[in-house]
Design a protein around this ligand. Structure first.
Ligand SMILES: O=C(O)CCC(=O)C(=O)O
Length: 241
């Protein structure tokens, strides 16, 4: 990471790392995510809504890296190792990973939240990498951020039918359209949302989040116990089934 990127993360709560992934690595991730998403969409067809996923609108498909060699390789490529050893330390766990597919003409935005609003841990801050699986333009429902909002620390969230929400004010924030091969790196404490997809294409993204290997559940103080991906500064392979 450059000093400018580190400054962006600390001061603004995010930065975009331009052109850090090869086209072939992103294509391979997209092929894998497309398959998992197609399976998930089929199962959503019978339940309509599952958590915050809604058939024909938005699908969050989680824990893919542990069962997909392409993705377990992706999440320990050098840019990720650089980000997490700089921002978290030498012993790092996979907090969560998921594809997020927002279908064409999904009118509803995904509401303002901090990632901490879902499953909070100690230490509070962890790191989210939002990876577009193709160019994501303004009309496709990109991520919007509220710069510097991470400095508020963890804030209260309200459960809404569309997800946890922590901000109901007038600020619209800053859109972060991002091209294939680049990614958005942000603090789990940063307020962010994603807007409507008014394009004719499904907006496809893969998200991977990292936390300290010593992390604990905030409510129970129990160890968080997620797979270690960096040990003593070196990438560790996730075991595949
Ligand atoms: O990709 C999106 O549309 C929003 C996803 C998001 O903010 C999240 O999963 O925390």
């Amino acid at each position: 990471m450059t000093p400018e990127q580190l400054h962006g993360f600390r001061e603004e709560g995010f930065f975009v790392w331009q052109d850090c992934l090869s086209s072939s690595d992103v294509d391979a991730a997209r092929v894998a995510c497309d398959e998992w998403d197609a399976d998930h969409e089929k199962s959503l067809a019978s339940s309509i809504q599952e958590g915050i996923s809604r058939v024909g609108e938005i699908a969050f498909t989680a824990h893919l890296a542990e069962k997909t060699p392409t993705l377990s390789r992706l999440i320990t490529l050098p840019p990720f190792v650089d980000i997490v050893t700089t921002l978290i330390g030498d012993d790092v766990s996979l907090y969560w990973d998921q594809s997020v597919y927002k279908r064409s003409e999904t009118a509803r935005e995904f509401p303002w939240h901090q990632d901490n609003g879902y499953t909070p841990i100690i230490p509070d801050e962890y790191v989210t990498c939002w990876i577009p699986l193709e160019d994501v333009t303004l009309d496709m429902g990109p991520v919007w951020v509220l710069p510097k909002s991470h400095t508020k620390g963890p804030v209260e969230h309200r459960q809404t039918p569309w997800g946890q929400q922590c901000y109901f004010g007038p600020e619209s924030g800053q859109p972060v359209p991002v091209q294939k091969g680049s990614m958005i790196v942000f603090s789990s404490l940063l307020f962010h949302r994603s807007s409507a997809n008014v394009s004719t294409k499904t907006r496809r993204a893969y998200i991977v989040q990292y936390c300290s290997a010593q992390a604990r559940h905030k409510d129970t103080q129990e160890p968080f116990n997620r797979p270690v991906v960096i040990s003593k500064g070196v990438a560790v392979s996730l075991r595949q089934p």
